[in-house]
Design a protein around this ligand. Structure first.
Ligand SMILES: [Mg+2]
Ligand SMILES: [Zn+2]
Length: 183
């Protein structure tokens, strides 16, 4: 049987927004993330990061630097007994590397994850802090996409509400909304 996933943008969702982050030392978890991941896993869902890292296309840092940040995220989650089940990254940018099928809002990263991890997209959800994250969820055919008020979220709140997307404080509130709980 296929699994459902809670797809997560990385910067401004799982970790604090830092532009073109590539230093594991500057990698800090966003609020309530370990608890949110705990609830996601309790419900039998996977927690899968889908992230655009065009700094690689721009020559600002390497794929290895991105891997180091992802390893640091796992290290920060380990004391809570938590983890990310998969990282799927677009390293491209149309101006430097030409068009690609994976840069959000395209659904390529979701399709890669679905194939690699056996995920049913129609029962999965997405959480992000930019409008393009919501569009990527819509393009991938997930059942619901949340705009979080962490990271760049406040900038996109009005547009998200106008277009009928759910808007919540942080990842934990999105998780609670999905599972019909409240704090
Ligand atoms: Mg982001
Ligand atoms: Zn790409």
């Amino acid at each position: 049987m296929k699994k459902s996933a809670f797809f997560l943008d990385r910067d401004g969702v799982v970790i604090r927004q830092v532009s073109y982050l590539h230093d594991p030392e500057l990698t800090v978890l966003e609020k309530n993330v370990p608890e949110a991941l705990g609830r996601i896993h309790e419900k039998g869902m996977l927690a899968v990061v889908v992230t655009n890292q065009s700094g690689v296309a721009r020559g600002m840092f390497s794929k290895e630097d991105v891997e180091k940040v992802h390893a640091r995220i796992q290290e920060l989650l380990a004391p809570y007994g938590e983890r990310i089940d998969g990282f799927f990254t677009c390293f491209h940018h149309p101006d430097w590397t030409g068009p690609c099928a994976c840069r959000k809002p395209a659904p390529g990263l979701f399709l890669q994850a679905a194939e690699a991890l056996g995920i049913d997209l129609s029962s999965s959800v997405m959480a992000g802090d930019k409008f393009s994250d919501l569009e990527s969820g819509r393009n991938a055919g997930v059942r619901k996409s949340y705009l979080l008020m962490t990271g760049y979220g406040p900038k996109y709140a009005d547009r998200a509400r106008t277009e009928g997307f759910a808007v919540t404080d942080d990842l934990l509130s999105a998780v609670e909304d999905l599972f019909g709980e409240s704090r």
